[in-house]
Design a protein around this ligand. Structure first.
Ligand SMILES: Cc1cc2nc3c(=O)[nH]c(=O)nc-3n(C[C@H](O)[C@H](O)[C@H](O)COP(=O)(O)OP(=O)(O)OC[C@H]3O[C@@H](n4cnc5c(N)ncnc54)[C@H](O)[C@@H]3O)c2cc1C
Length: 301
């Protein structure tokens, strides 16, 4: 029986693991290895790294730090979580783990445009495909930018990016745009070009991504998909935790979900989807877990 099982080894889960291990608690992190941070070629807005740092490098450093203090990091996927008499049981292929508390730090998955994985990863690596204007809008200052999306999400993303460049095109993914008059007016006032889809084949040429729409080809320095994301909160919901309509877990100001003993941090919780935010929530969650465990039984040495 461990003190805390952390599900997910991204910035949120690993920060929590560092704190928990340094509180002299037993902690196991189970991680499927699909952190969004691992997709970042180089983050330049994460404080403390003026020259930037690759997401994989940042994760490797955090894993090293967590293990240094005794956290166990196990590769794998938790497929099922149950709760009985205050004890959590998690199942992964071939084994069962039991814990007094669980931190869910499973993140989200961005919905991708229709392109092969190989093209997707190559475009991402050279910055022709990007997912996070807050993170890397600065890098596309005064470049030609395509946003694939429509409705409120597409409009907001295009207008956000407008403060980086005059050359923004909002492309409807499926067919005709689904835009209210007010949204069209805002886009027009901001001189955002609005193009109906459907989006066809993508090609990467000389670090620029082009997309076929009907018989035309549009080429951009960078394309941002604004297609939404899937929230990996299913395990928490299966034991009764409350989530928003979209699937983001509801937590109090100490990262407690609505299920006693179950905590959540990072992108899986509604908030700013950023490394710093995930880390902050991981630290808050870990300290709350420590204090809640201590209120059940003293943690004296
Ligand atoms: C292309 C890109 C660029 C970005 N650039 C920046 C940037 O420059 N600056 C910035 O601050 N943010 C950036 N972000 C956002 C940042 O990556 C995320 O906010 C951050 O990774 C969230 O951390 P997290 O720990 O909540 O989730 P994640 O990092 O996604 O980690 C979740 C982990 O949980 C694991 N997991 C999920 N389900 C299970 C399960 N059932 N069992 C076991 N493990 C499971 C996943 O495999 C994954 O390893 C970027 C994101 C993308 C996609």
């Amino acid at each position: 029986m461990m003190d805390c099982l952390v599900i997910g080894g991204g910035p949120a889960g690993l920060t929590a693991a560092i704190y928990l291990a340094r509180f002299h608690l037993s902690v196991v992190v189970v991680d499927e290895g699909k952190s969004r941070a691992a997709l970042i070629p180089k983050t330049r807005n994460h404080a403390g790294y003026p020259a930037g740092i690759a997401g994989t490098e940042l994760l490797a450093r955090m894993r090293e730090q967590a293990e240094l203090y005794g956290a166990q990091i196990v590769p794998g996927r938790i497929d099922q979580l149950t709760l009985e008499a205050g004890v959590f049981t998690a199942k992964m292929s071939g084994s069962r783990l039991q814990a007094r508390s669980v931190l869910l730090a499973t993140g989200i998955i961005n919905r991708r445009p229709n392109m092969t994985d190989a093209l997707h990863d190559e475009a991402l690596a050279v910055g022709a495909l990007r997912y996070c204007p807050v993170c890397d809008g600065f890098e596309v200052t005064d470049r030609t930018i395509g946003v694939i999306g429509s409705g409120e999400r597409g409009t907001n993303e295009a207008l956000f990016l407008r403060s980086y460049s005059k050359q923004i095109t909002l492309i409807a993914p499926m067919g005709r745009h689904d835009l209210a008059d007010e949204q069209r007016k805002k886009l027009q006032d901001a001189a955002v070009e609005v193009v109906d889809g459907p989006v066809g084949r993508f090609d990467l040429d000389d670090r620029r991504l082009s997309v076929r729409i009907g018989s035309n080809r549009h080429t951009f320095d960078s394309i941002y998909p604004a297609l939404g994301s899937d929230i990996r909160s299913g395990l928490a919901v299966s034991v009764g935790a409350e989530a928003t309509e979209e699937g983001c877990l509801t937590v109090d100001s100490h990262q407690r979900t609505t299920v006693s003993g179950l905590y959540a941090a990072g992108d899986v919780v509604l908030g700013l989807d950023q490394i710093s935010h995930a880390m902050g929530e991981g630290g808050v969650a870990a300290t709350t877990i420590r204090n809640d465990l201590a209120s059940d039984r003293p943690l004296y040495r």
